[in-house]
Design a protein around this ligand. Structure first.
Ligand code: FAD
Length: 527
């Protein structure tokens, strides 16, 4: 093959790194197809974006260039160039980057190439969003907000959502995609019928649970390790029009989790006293803490007039727990929704008088975090460091977690002001053949410490995160990190547990040269 040596890019990059304290030798990019070389970019603005992410904690992981493809075949060509390059030239790593909403450099490619999936969002270039009667074929670089708008035009919507929608389909499917609907509909990865994937060998393959099933299951929750998601076929359900959205405040952790568990045990239709009703559509929960605002960027909900009442309860108890549920409805079901919610919530142990509800449109509900984001952006507070910690905790140890973490570490350190989410889900809604790793109990909780910090103090939050993980290890609480970040391969082996050997085998099979998603630091040793 005729290789085109992109020395210009290398030289420019070398010059641009002189003057930094450390000059890292840059690999040469050998591209087998000269037609794609002009799609590599390394202007300072592009490089800066590709060397940062939402976390704003990992810096100096700069790529050699950012690749903006005009078609999937450009991506195939890029991957093949790396895969086929001579062993002594080393090839180069490639990180698909969706919206870069990772927090630990997972979408970065130090010394490699960042593949800008957003470049294929143009429907004439990529897959776009094609809605059929009960599924949508969606390009991997499309954002969930656009999937929502496109599917609603046909009166349909995916059943499973994340709390925030300005992230890509490929990005969330590489993790799992969890939210308040997960207990009932499973994570987003459980709602995919089929995918087109470009493997680390540069093969573009269609896969499903029947066809190329190892690749299909590997990629879902596979942290970008086995292939680049070019298209996903996502299940659709009839979309509701409106949502009854309720928050209840608790002062007792056991009562709060008992009620959450009871509510997620109702999964389909139920009959009580001759009344037929259906399960909730959404359930989450969060901590309200003395040092944090009652409303936060994730959503403002409580009426201002009630803030003094809630703060006074908070002063009595230091920590409160807020159960959040939603029930969808449309023209047919609007007359029953209040009764359904009443039946579902009867007998719950929230503090009397601390019941709040709202009726909002389906889009307003799903896109609830956006207004908070825009507000923070306007104040310059969105691009601050985000030393987040997300984890799954088995139900059997959630009380130990509460006493050791919420009631001890968090209160003692007294630095947590951002949202702390906590809600349970059912393992039976997950598919164990997929790569995502969850605790070995039917009910487990997700806990998310969604910290925002100043540029100088993110390390204090990082220390707190480490203390939480150390506590869990010491207490024998078998937690799994979600959106995981580890620094040793032993930690990754522990994370995947019984799935580790098949995870490794899939890597050797689909990406033997360890090209893809190096920023996850599973197979690529990045400092
Ligand atoms: P990126 O950060 O760009 O990429 C993430 C990883 O996926 C990287 O390793 C990348 O190489 C790989 N990747 C990206 N695209 C592809 C592709 N097409 N094919 C193969 N690999 C690919 N998560 C939840 O589950 N639930 C939530 O409610 C939730 N809320 C969030 C709210 C906010 C404000 C933020 C910042 C994050 C939230 N997340 C949530 C986490 C989010 O799901 C992940 O960070 C996700 O990866 C972000 O998507 P992205 O497009 O920005 O991915």
């Amino acid at each position: 093959p005729t290789y085109l040596i992109l020395t210009i890019i290398t030289i420019i990059h070398l010059i641009s790194t002189v003057g930094n304290t450390q000059v890292v030798p840059r690999p040469r990019l050998l591209l087998s197809d000269p037609d794609i070389s002009h799609k590599l970019h390394n202007d300072p603005h592009t490089m800066k974006l590709a060397s940062s992410d939402f976390g704003n904690v990992v810096h100096h992981q700069s790529p050699v260039a950012v690749f903006r493809p005009s078609s999937l075949y450009d991506v195939v060509s890029l991957v093949r160039s790396s895969y086929n390059s001579p062993v002594d030239a080393g090839g180069f790593t490639i990180a698909a980057r969706g919206q870069g909403h990772s927090t630990r450099g997972q979408a970065m490619a130090p010394n490699g190439v960042v593949l800008d999936m957003g470049a294929l969002r143009n429907p004439t270039l990529g897959h776009g969003i094609n809605v059929s009667h009960d599924y949508a074929d969606v390009g991997g670089g499309e954002m969930w907000i656009d999937v929502l708008h496109a599917t609603l035009q046909r009166g349909l919507a995916p059943p499973s959502w994340t709390d925030y929608l300005y992230m890509t389909v490929g990005g969330t499917l590489s993790n799992a995609g969890i939210g308040g609907q997960t207990f009932r509909y499973g994570p987003q990865i459980a709602n995919v019928h089929q995918m087109d994937v470009i493997t680390g060998k540069g093969d573009l393959l269609t896969c499903s649970s029947q066809k190329n099933s190892e690749l299909f299951h590997g990629v879902l929750g596979g942290l970008g390790q086995f292939g680049i998601i070019a298209r996903a076929r996502i299940a659709l359900h009839p979309a509701p029009k409106r949502v009854k959205w309720v928050r209840l405040i608790y002062n007792d952790f056991s009562a709060f989790t008992k009620d959450q568990e009871r509510l997620i045990s109702i999964n389909g239709e139920k009959k009580e006293n001759n009344y037929n009703y259906n399960a909730l559509d959404y359930l989450e929960g969060m901590l309200l803490m003395h040092q944090g605002p009652i409303n936060n960027w994730r959503s403002s909900f409580f009426p201002l007039s009630d803030h003094p009442k809630i703060i006074s309860l908070l002063l009595q108890h230091t920590v409160l727990y807020c159960l959040e549920v939603a029930k969808y409805y449309d023209d047919h079901s609007q007359h029953n929704v209040d009764k359904d919610v009443q039946v579902l919530l009867q007998g719950l142990s929230y503090v009397p008088g601390f019941y709040y509800d709202k009726n909002v449109s389906f889009v307003e509900f799903l896109n609830r975090v956006r207004s908070g984001e825009l507000k923070l952006q306007s104040q310059g507070l969105w691009d601050v460091p985000h030393p987040w910690l997300n984890m799954f905790i088995p139900k059997s140890r959630i009380n130990d977690f509460d006493s050791g973490v919420f009631k001890n570490i968090i209160l003692k350190r007294n630095i947590t002001t951002g949202p702390v989410l906590i809600y349970p889900m059912n393992r039976s809604k997950w598919n164990d053949r997929m790569s995502a790793s969850v605790p070995d109990e039917e009910v487990f909780y997700t806990v998310g410490f969604l910290h925002s910090s100043g540029f100088d103090d993110w390390k204090a939050f990082d220390e707190q995160n480490k203390e939480i993980l150390r506590f869990c290890e010491g207490a024998g609480i078998k937690v799994k990190q979600y959106l995981p970040h580890y620094t040793t391969q032993q930690d990754w082996a522990n994370h995947f547990g019984t799935k580790w050997s098949s995870f490794q085998e899939r890597k050797y099979h689909f990406d033997p040269r360890m090209i893809l998603s190096p920023g996850q630091r599973i197979f690529n040793n990045i400092i």
